[in-house]
Design a binder for this molecule. Structure first.
Ligand code: FAD
Length: 450
C-alpha cells in the first residue's frame, strides 16, 4: 500500500502530522511537492519567497534521503499532478494540511473531487500550520473572533497536541518520476535569509538561548534587531507552531510569554481569514474611505524616498533583506495609509512582492489592522513617525544602517534632517519631507470624519 504526503506550507520532518499520518497509513509514502502553476500565474511566487522555498525543498529532500527516501517534485496543476502520482503509484490516500486561504480551500475541493473520481481519498489534517486550528476556539454563535484580546484568552487555554518526532525511515516507491529541485531565481534581495528546516531549528535553538528572555523589553528596539526572525520559517512550515509554543512555554518568563502572544497574533489572523477569505482584498469593516491610488506618493514610499528617515530606512530594509522589523512595518504601513492616505492594498501588494515571510493572512490582515479597516479596536490611531522614531530608535542607529545618505548625521538628529544647519542639510542627497505631518493628519481626520 502507498500513500501520498502532499507537502504545502509544512516543509518539515519534525512534528509534521501530515507526514506521520501518511506513514502510518501505508508501507510506502510518496513525499510530494507540486510547484503550482496557479501560484506562479497569480504572481504570488515572488523571487524572495521562491528562493527561500528552493532552500526549504533542498533541505527537505536531504532530510528524506537520510531516512532512505527522497522528495518527489512535480510542476503544474496541483490537483492534476497529485492524481497522476496517485495513478502511477496506486496510492489510495493523499494527506495534506488544512489551509486557510481561498486558494487553499479551492485546492482542497479540487483535490477531493479529482481523487474521489478515481476512488481515492483525501485526508486533511488540522493543527499543522497553527498550534490551535482556525475554528477550534470561537465566540458564542460566531465563526471567528474579530478582536485579538478575547481570542487570546481562549487560545491560551486551548489544549495543544503533543509534538511528534521526525520519522526514522521513509520508504518511497521506486521509479516515481521527479523533476529537478528548483533553483533560486534571479532578482532576489541581496540580504535574503536562507531557508530550510535545519536552519530553522538551529535559529530557534540559538535564539531561545540568547534572545527569548529579553524579548519583552527588546522586541521594539529597531536597531537592536532582537526579535526571533522566525517568520519565514513559520510561513513555509519549516518549524511547527505547536513545537514553538510548547518550547517557549517550557522556557517560561516574561520574554517567553510575550513571544507566545505574538505567535497567537499569527493564529488570530489565520482564523479571521479562514472565516472571511474575502478580507484578503476587501475591507473587513468598510469605513467609506476614499483612498488615494497609485501616484508619486506611493512611488516615493516604495523607493524609500519620503524624506522621513525612519520610514525610508524601513522600506530599504525590506528591499535589501526581504524582511522588515515589526515596528518598522507598523510605521511604514501607518505612514502610507494614514499620512499619505494611500489605499492599504497598494502597500500590501508591495510588501507581498518582497517579503520572504509574505503571507495572505498576516500581511493583508496586519495591513487592515493598521489602516483601521480591520480588527483594531482603535481604527483612527495614527503612528507619528517622529514620535515613534524617538522612542524606538532614539540614537538613530537604525536609520544610519539603512539610509547611507544620512550615515554621517550623529544621534537622534538623523530623524529630522530638515532641521540640520543649512550647509550640512544642503550637502545631503536626501529628499525634503514629502508631506507636512500635521496637515496630513488633519486631512486624514477630515476624510474619516473625526
Ligand atoms: P517575532 O517578534 O520574533 O515574533 C514571533 C512570530 O510571531 C513571528 O515570526 C510571527 O510568526 C508571529 N508574529 C509576530 N508579530 C505578528 C503580527 N503582528 N501578526 C502576525 N504574526 C505575528 N508577518 C508575517 O509572518 N507575514 C507577513 O506577511 C506579515 N506582514 C505584515 C504586514 C504589516 C503591515 C505588519 C504591521 C506586520 C506584518 N507581519 C507579517 C507581522 C510581523 O511584522 C512579522 O511576523 C514579524 O515582524 C516577523 O519577525 P520575527 O519573526 O522576528 O517576529
Amino acid at each position: 500500500m502507498t500513500s501520498i504526503c502532499l507537502f504545502t506550507a509544512d516543509l518539515r520532518l519534525h512534528d509534521n502530522p501530515v507526514l506521520r499520518a501518511a506513514l502510518d497509513s501505508a508501507e510506502q509514502v510518496v513525499p510530494l511537492f507540486v510547484l503550482d502553476e496557479a501560484i506562479e500565474a497569480a504572481g504570488f511566487a515572488a523571487p524572495n519567497r521562491a528562493a527561500f522555498l528552493a532552500d526549504c525543498l533542498a533541505d527537505l529532500d536531504a532530510g528524506l534521503r537520510e531516512r532512505g527516501g527522497r522528495l518527489v517534485l512535480r510542476r503544474g496543476d496541483v490537483a492534476r499532478e497529485t492524481c497522476r502520482v496517485a495513478e502511477e503509484t496506486g496510492a489510495g490516500q493523499v494527506h495534506i494540511a488544512a489551509g486557510v486561504s481561498r486558494y487553499a480551500a479551492r485546492r482542497e475541493e479540487r483535490l477531493r473531487e479529482a481523487l474521489a473520481g478515481a476512488g481515492r481519498e483525501l485526508r486533511v489534517h488540522d493543527a499543522v500550520l497553527t498550534a490551535v486550528p482556525p475554528g477550534a476556539v470561537t465566540p458564542a454563535g460566531k465563526e471567528s473572533f474579530g478582536v485579538f484580546t478575547p481570542y487570546f484568552r481562549r487560545w491560551e487555554r486551548a489544549d495543544l497536541r503533543d509534538p511528534l518526532g521526525a520519522p526514522r525511515v521513509v520508504r518511497v516507491p521506486d521509479g516515481v518520476a521527479s523533476r529537478p529541485l528548483p533553483r533560486a531565481p534571479k532578482g532576489t534581495s541581496p540580504g535574503l535569509p536562507a531557508g530550510g528546516e535545519t536552519r530553522a531549528r538551529e535559529r530557534w535553538r540559538a535564539w531561545r538561548a540568547s534572545g527569548l528572555a529579553a524579548y519583552e523589553e527588546r522586541h521594539d528596539d529597531l536597531a537592536g534587531d532582537a526579535t526571533s526572525r522566525l517568520s519565514p520559517h513559520l510561513h513555509f512550515g519549516c518549524l511547527s507552531a505547536t513545537e514553538l509554543v510548547r518550547s517557549a512555554r517550557d522556557a517560561g518568563g516574561p520574554g517567553a510569554d510575550a513571544f507566545v502572544r505574538q505567535l497567537a497574533w499569527r493564529e488570530f489572523h489565520h482564523q479571521v481569514l479562514a472565516a472571511r477569505p474575502d478580507a484578503a482584498s476587501r475591507d473587513l469593516r468598510p469605513r467609506g474611505d476614499r483612498w488615494h491610488g497609485e501616484g508619486p506618493e506611493a512611488d516615493a514610499w516604495r523607493a524609500g524616498r519620503t524624506g522621513y528617515p525612519v520610514i525610508d530606512a524601513a522600506m530599504r530594509q525590506l528591499r535589501h533583506e526581504g524582511w522588515m522589523h515589526n515596528r518598522a512595518r507598523l510605521l511604514a504601513a501607518s505612514f502610507l495609509t494614514k499620512t499619505l492616505y494611500v489605499d492599504w492594498r497598494i502597500g500590501a501588494a508591495h510588501f507581498l512582492e518582497l517579503l520572504v515571510d509574505g503571507d495572505v493572512a498576516n500581511n493583508q490582515l496586519n495591513w487592515q489592522w493598521v489602516a483601521g479597516t480591520g480588527t483594531d479596536t482603535r481604527p483612527n490611531r495614527v503612528l507619528n513617525p517622529l514620535v515613534q522614531a524617538r522612542r524606538f530608535d532614539p540614537d538613530g542607529a537604525y536609520v544610519r544602517r539603512w539610509v547611507p545618505e544620512l550615515a554621517g548625521v550623529r544621534g537622534g538628529a538623523v530623524h529630522r534632517p530638515w532641521r540640520l544647519p543649512e550647509a550640512e542639510r544642503g550637502a545631503l542627497d536626501y529628499p525634503a519631507p514629502l508631506v507636512d505631518l500635521d496637515e496630513a493628519l488633519a486631512r486624514f481626520r477630515g476624510a474619516r470624519g473625526k
